[in-house]
Design a protein around this ligand. Structure first.
Ligand code: UT7
Length: 332
């Protein structure tokens, strides 16, 4: 991005549904155990949205908190990263904008599943770099508990619901909070590894009720996640002229604690630089990176001036990464 046209973080917000579901509660319904879930994923509990709470509702909460953190509700555009939009059509972003009292602004959904937040940051950064917008609200929100088969121990224990958001403003590349460069990728040949086969526009109905739920080839996805996030992180560091040793905090997509640790190991990054909030939030898909940023701010492990490496991987397949030095911003 040119100097003078960078997207700079100026607000941060998070929102989790109040209902806590611990591993023991799941173990009463599924053939699993607290010990298995903790040791294989690092998850102790997750938040689950009640039936009346939708992705739009969660996004409005997190977006409102981010606008409060920014100290202004003036934005020209809203980019919502989600793959659990309230409806197949239309996009949810306009309803989120209206819910925040921002009817009239540009609003669009970005669906890159668990990589959605990094893709949405790049989209918003592009709007700012092109001069189309001066300030953009970027929200990641997902309610994956609705897509998981209640009987599937391979997916249900992993996912949680939630939303996180940042406000970006136009600024310069050398100031704290400036985002970039980016590295983004996809591989649709591997879409079947993580997919909800039915219910979309291609196959509206299926005789098999399982086709309406998320199916995941977990171990294969695990291996791709570590390799692709490490590869992308190296690319983005090269582009920025930085070394792995320059990274203070690694805020990766929170899919599995072992994925975060293995990716850090592949990169040669010390484990104490890994930010992990998956223990209490689970995998919240597009919300996971901003939720992890907010938790790290709250517990003091993320400080102004820290160089942050963000990397994500998700269904599609999609993956990508970006960098920023953390500004003097606290969650709203
Ligand atoms: O969000 C972005 C995309 N998603 C991801 O990145 C998720 C990536 N995948 C993973 O995180 C892991 O693959 C899982 C957590 C889903 C599974 O962990 P794993 O270490 O890959 O386990 P596995 O699927 O290889 O299964 C190992 C064993 C199997 O039993 P056998 O065949 O060894 O007897 C499974 O049947 O564990 C069994 N198992 C379980 N046992 C108790 C699988 N799920 C469970 C469970 N509770 N919930």
């Amino acid at each position: 991005m040119q100097k003078g046209h960078s997207a700079v973080v100026t607000g941060l917000g998070a929102w989790l549904p109040p209902r806590v579901v611990g591993n023991d509660e799941l173990a009463q319904r599924l053939d699993t155990s607290d010990e298995w879930i903790r040791s294989r994923t690092g998850i102790r509990e997750r938040r689950i949205a009640d039936p009346d709470t939708s992705t739009v509702d969660m996004a409005v909460h997190a977006g409102g908190n981010a606008l409060r953190s920014a100290g202004s509700d003036v934005v020209d555009a809203l980019v919502l990263a989600t793959s659990t939009a309230d409806q197949l059509c239309p996009a949810s972003a306009p309803q989120v904008a209206s819910g925040l009292g921002l009817s009239g602004i540009a609003a669009l959904d970005v669906n890159a599943v668990c990589s959605g937040f990094v893709y949405a940051l790049a989209t918003a950064g592009g709007l700012i770099a092109a001069g189309t917008a001066d300030r953009v609200l970027v929200i990641g929100a997902d309610v994956f508990s609705r897509l998981c088969d209640p009987q599937d121990r391979g997916t249900l224990p992993i996912f949680g619901d939630g939303a996180g958001a940042v406000v970006l403003r136009r600024g310069s590349a050398d100031e704290p909070g400036a985002i970039g460069p980016f590295d983004l990728h996809s591989d649709g040949e591997l879409a079947d590894l993580l997919i909800v086969p039915a219910g979309g526009a291609k196959q509206r109905e299926s005789a098999d009720p399982h086709d309406y739920f998320l199916t995941m080839q977990g171990t294969t996805v695990f291996r791709h996640a570590c390799a692709r996030m490490a590869e992308s992180a190296r690319t983005v560091l090269d582009r920025a002229g930085l070394e792995v040793g320059d990274v203070d905090r690694f805020v990766g997509h929170q899919a599995n604690l072992r994925i975060l640790q293995a990716t850090a190991k592949q990169l040669g990054l010390p484990q104490d630089r890994v930010v992990a909030n998956i223990g209490h939030a689970g995998n919240t898909s597009a919300a996971s990176i901003p939720l992890a940023l907010a938790d790290a701010c709250d517990d003091g492990s993320l400080q102004p001036g820290h160089r942050v490496l963000m990397a994500a991987f998700g269904a599609g397949l999609t993956w990508g990464s970006t960098l920023l030095s953390w500004p003097d911003v606290k969650p709203g």
